[in-house]
Design a protein around this ligand. Sequence first.
Ligand code: PRP
Ligand code: ZN
Length: 289
Amino acid sequence: MQNESSLRIAIQKGGRLSEKTLSLLENIGLEFDNYKNRILVPCRNYDVELLLIRDDDIPEYVQDGICELGFVGHNVTAESRADVTHLRALGFGKCRLAVAAPKNSPIKSIKDLDGSRIATSYPVLTREHFEKQGLHIKTIEISGAVEIAPTLDVADAIADIVSTGGTLKTNGLVEVETILESEAELIQTNQPIPADKQELIQKFLMRMGARQQAEKSRYIMMNAPSDAVEEICRIIPSLKSPTVLPLAENDLVAIHSVIPTQQFWEVMEELKAAGASGIVILPIENMIV
Ligand code: PRP
Ligand code: ZN
């Protein structure tokens, strides 16, 4: 499905966010085939096409209106200073831009970096961070393998993305300070968008909202003695009006409801103590509230 006015969405080609972004799109019912080795990928069942590019290029493509939407790390958008609208955070791709120094160096706090050289792919955010604290540094701009710079004596410290911390550890570096917390986000162009595309965006956002809501919730079912219902509703306050069904067996009821995922783990023991049994928890595919 595709025509002149297809909605165009930029996503990262082959990187940390690619897989999760594609599965998010598939989870809201969009079908793509053959996106390997292609730059423009049409969607089979929605008037949208994907542009697969380097993440660093995404904010500018969206700013210029080449793509109406983009999925990208907040770190990349912030560094680019692109004029785009942040629509929503996506809850994955969590990482931080942090300053790190060799573990055996005398650099223990940010103040120790006054007058030093810092290697980074994020010169804008790094300079701004140090300027705000009245510290003078020299940024050495490197586009890849920043973590090796102190070993090569190209820099005294680095400012780079930390996710698991594995890269820092492998290279004998320790974090000194966080510059920016980040996660994947959906951005939108500030260029004028024609009404038909605007409508496609609204539908797209509604589907994403339903999916995000569903991920935060679980469907819970349990059996309990009917006189325990009140107590169970007290334990799970979000169970405002659960479905309570009588069971054939004397005085037992089945309780069904939707609860925040997190809550289940907190109250499981209490539910059992209140007399609940056969507790089943199910994922929800989509949820329109
Ligand atoms: C970052 C960073 C490190 C790695 C850190 O790269 O440059 O290489 O991730 O992750 P870790 O803490 O889990 O070891 P990124 O994925 O942002 O790649 P890119 O700069 O090439 O887009
Ligand atoms: Zn990148």
